[in-house]
Write a protein that binds this ligand. Structure first.
Ligand code: HEC
Length: 191
């Protein structure tokens, strides 16, 4: 459990540290909080389930991840979720703008940027149709590799093949860009 706690700390650091020194807009700090709550809850439930088995933990990811994201979205009044360039679940496929952000995170990381320094904010469109968009990288820590690494934990590959025939989210190493949290607010009234 001890080792798990430091991985958790490493994972959480990525969502709790701010990117800039200036005071962020309300919707930016609310986005950080909503994504932070999603990350915390997921890692908590994942860690508990892994104590039983990785196969049990896959069930948590499959059944609980979408529910927790929806709950956090409802609580915040925004759309909250996770996406990636290489997805496991096709429900998490990136939209065009999210793909562009993920690609830019990837190239900035490759150029040496620290993950904690990367945060995306944009206001797209205007009036009622406007969207305030926020994204933050999710990096792999050791515990992720049981289900996203080169060598998966026992039994994992079989379950993934059965439940995610289009899985593209294996073969990662520690410290790689696994995906990103996103938070989207509707309307430019959201300050
Ligand atoms: C027990 C296996 C397991 C572990 C451990 C695990 N994941 Fe996953 N991960 C999954 C499953 C299953 C999904 C698909 C969830 C769904 O259906 O929404 C997933 C989905 C994701 C997604 C959403 C994008 C996609 O590919 O569908 C991200 C991002 C992600 N995982 C990151 C991580 C990170 C970071 C860690 C380590 C902190 C981690 N995962 C640990 C099984 C796991």
């Amino acid at each position: 459990m001890r080792a798990f706690s430091c991985w958790i700390a490493a994972a959480l650091m990525l969502v709790t540290t701010g990117a800039g020194a200036a005071e962020p807009a309300g919707w930016v700090s609310d986005s950080r909080e909503a994504a932070g709550r999603l990350g915390n809850q997921l890692i908590g439930e994942l860690t508990r389930a892994l104590e039983t088995s990785p196969v049990e933990a896959i069930r948590v990811c499959r059944e609980r991840a979408p529910v927790i994201a929806a709950e956090q979205g409802e609580r915040a009044g925004a759309r909250v979720g996770r996406t990636a360039l290489r997805t496991r679940s096709s429900a998490n496929q990136p939209l065009d703008w999210q793909r562009r952000v993920l690609e830019s995170f990837a190239s900035r990381l490759e150029a040496g940027a620290s993950p904690a320094s990367l945060e995306y904010t944009e206001t797209a469109g205007s009036g009622e149709a406007a969207e305030r968009r926020w994204m933050k990288p999710i990096m792999t820590v050791p515990l992720c590799l049981q289900c996203h690494g080169h060598e998966l934990a026992p039994g994992v590959a079989e379950v993934l093949a059965a439940e995610y025939p289009k899985d593209r989210a294996t073969g990662f190493r520690v410290g790689e860009l696994r995906g990103a949290f996103y938070v989207v607010w509707r309307g430019s009234a959201r300050q």
